[in-house]
Design a protein around this ligand. Structure first.
Ligand code: GLV
Ligand code: MN
Ligand code: MN
Length: 403
């Protein structure tokens, strides 16, 4: 079997590591993640790497080089709920494939390669983002250890159950000397490459984003006996807000999403007394994002006031826009040209571990075309030929850095 085909089959194989039958759902520090580590660790070792798991739960493979410096490659192994097969795993497995090529050729580069399979990019379990890459970058916030998941389990206990020491996450910080940068291969998750008929593209920047948790509190009451004009229905307030978010977003480059809604008490014959929802806001211009979020939170307050509701808002995360390093962008572009393809640079609307890694070192990313631009959906699909291009570009990129 060819290496690109192996990459595709491995991504498909990992689909069996899931918390939910008939769907891919692989949360941080879960049994499903342990299952993925078993396979990915094996593949790393086959490619000549030393493998370890750190305290936060990243799987780290190291391919020694002839010199003192290190290049980091990687992506994440956690997923959203009912995910596709490629968001995350593709970047890890393409990185392993590039190392496998070196190993098979008996080649050592002047630098070591660390392949990082990150523990939590999506934030599915704790509403966090980039837990794994933050630990490596040294920006993990110990206050996050007190966050709880949907079952009331603290992050501290989840890490312990997974085999890490939550009090020693500082030790996960990169301590191996000079870094040449971090490079991540990822599916595009958007329509640009397909529209331009290109297998890969070089990422110029990653748009900033923030997430909030918003709770409207009204009054639970009897659905049969409470007159319509006496109700304080929290779900109606939340629905008005969801519509307002859609109306407000859509202006130049701004995207905003309500993706989670929890309705209490949640019974057919009870007027909803409390609704908690998520708000995700993104823009490549941080100043515009901040203005937009302020306006959206004001709108929530206006709705709450008008409908005699309590309102609680809580910022869960915020990331500024990150520019990819000119040095790595230019090497990746050269690598694309060297294999005979045109270079297109594009910005990422999705967040990536490269964002957190930018606090530690220079970052670069290579996007791979995906079918219909579809992602965060089981229909995610990638062509073997495009994976072949990604491996070739990454291998050429390594050569360029070596010379
Ligand atoms: C990660 O996939 C994100 O951009 O939300
Ligand atoms: Mn994702
Ligand atoms: Mn991803």
């Amino acid at each position: 079997m060819t290496l690109p085909r192996i990459v595709i089959e491995r991504c498909q194989y990992l689909a069996r590591c899931t918390k939910e039958p008939d769907a891919i759902t692989r949360p941080f520090a879960s049994e499903a993640m342990r299952c993925a580590h078993d396979s990915v660790g094996e593949w790393m070792r086959e490619a000549g790497m030393d493998v370890r798991r750190d305290n936060i739960g990243n799987l780290r493979g190291r391919f020694e080089g002839a010199g003192e410096t290190t290049l980091m490659l990687g992506s994440h192994l956690d997923s959203v709920r009912d995910a596709g097969k490629y968001d995350g795993p593709l970047g890890v497995i393409v990185a392993i494939a590039a190392v496998q090529r070196l190993h098979d050729a008996g080649k050592r580069l002047p630098f070591a390669i660390d392949v990082l399979a990150f523990a939590d990019e999506e934030g599915l379990r704790f509403g966090s983002t980039y837990l794994g890459s933050r630990a490596v970058a040294g920006t993990f916030d110990p206050a996050d250890l007190d966050r709880t998941d949907g079952d009331g389990i603290t992050m501290r206990d989840a890490i312990r159950a997974f085999g890490g020491d939550p009090e020693r996450i500082v030790d996960d910080r990169w301590q191996g000397g000079e870094l040449l940068g971090y490079c991540e291969v990822h599916i595009e998750q958007g329509p640009v490459l397909e529209a331009r008929n290109l297998a890969v593209g070089v990422v110029s920047a990653i748009a900033g984003q923030e997430r909030h948790r918003i709770t409207f509190t009204g009054e639970a009451a009897h659905a049969g006996t409470t007159p319509m004009d006496k109700r304080r229905d929290a779900l109606v307030a939340a629905s008005v807000f969801v519509q307002a978010v859609e109306d407000y977003a859509g202006r130049e480059g701004l995207v905003a999403t309500v993706g989670q809604l929890s309705v209490k008490p949640g019974a057919a014959n009870v007027i909803p007394g409390e609704v908690t929802l998520s708000l995700d806001v993104r823009h490549a211009d941080d100043a515009l994002r901040l203005i937009a979020t302020r306006r959206l939170l004001d709108i929530a307050a206006e709705i709450a006031k008008h409908r005699r509701m309590g309102l609680k808002t809580n910022q869960m995360s915020e990331e500024a826009t990150v520019l990819c390093s000119q040095r790595l962008v230019s090497r990746l572009s050269q690598a694309v040209r060297d294999i005979g393809l045109p270079v297109v640079e594009l910005a990422s609307g999705a967040g990536h571990d490269a964002v957190a890694m930018s606090a530690l070192t220079e970052v670069g990313m290579l996007f791979v075309r995906c079918k219909g631009g579809v992602s965060h959906n089981p229909a995610e699909s990638v062509k073997t030929e495009d994976v072949a291009v990604a491996i070739d570009v990454l291998s050429r990129f390594l050569d360029l850095l070596a010379n």
